[in-house]
Design a protein around this ligand. Structure first.
Ligand SMILES: [Zn+2]
Ligand SMILES: [Zn+2]
Length: 165
């Protein structure tokens, strides 16, 4: 049996509810999360902070004056990898990377000391899994639970939606 292009075989009413763990969702993320949960192979969860890695350029510190890293409050030693912001603040490279990784404002990252905007390049990790589970309830509704799990970190989001048949 064939059907005309553009003519739906069946239509469903979707009720979508969202449950998240370890990660707050901003309104800008929502359409993408829903799309990723319904269509997703995990590659479209573009707005998960955990799916992005900040690329911080570093170099070996050659000074002898041991300035303090304002993130970890430890001294910066000779030959440790450091990163310098355009506003001339100096941090350990790993401290700076972790700072931007934790930053909830990942699209406008700022210097931890003076809040000046710092241009940061983020690398998108496509490694995310979608786990699916379905069940029927007494009224014949099909519940499909899909969980987005970026493989890179602890953050994950669960989206649950139900299709009434
Ligand atoms: Zn540090
Ligand atoms: Zn600064």
């Amino acid at each position: 049996m064939s059907h005309e292009m553009g003519e739906p075989l069946q239509t469903f009413e979707l009720k979508i509810s969202l449950r998240t763990y370890s990660h707050s969702v901003s309104p800008i993320e929502l359409p993408n999360l829903i799309r990723a949960a319904i269509e997703g192979d995990g590659t479209s969860c573009l707005f998960h902070a955990a799916a992005w890695t900040p690329m911080v350029k570093g170099c070996k510190y050659k000074g002898k004056d041991n300035p303090t890293c304002a993130i970890c409050l430890n001294a910066i030693e000779e030959n440790q990898l450091v990163a310098k912001t355009p506003c001339n603040h100096l941090y350990h490279k790993t401290c700076m990377t972790n700072w931007f990784r934790r930053s909830s404002i990942m699209f406008s990252p700022s210097c931890p000391s003076c809040r000046a905007l710092v241009p940061v390049t983020y690398r998108f990790q496509r490694a995310a899994e979608v786990l699916s589970r379905t069940k029927l309830d007494n009224e014949g509704a099909v519940y499909i639970e899909r969980t987005l799990v970026p493989q890179s970190g602890k953050h994950h989001n669960a989206l649950i939606y139900a299709t009434r048949v």
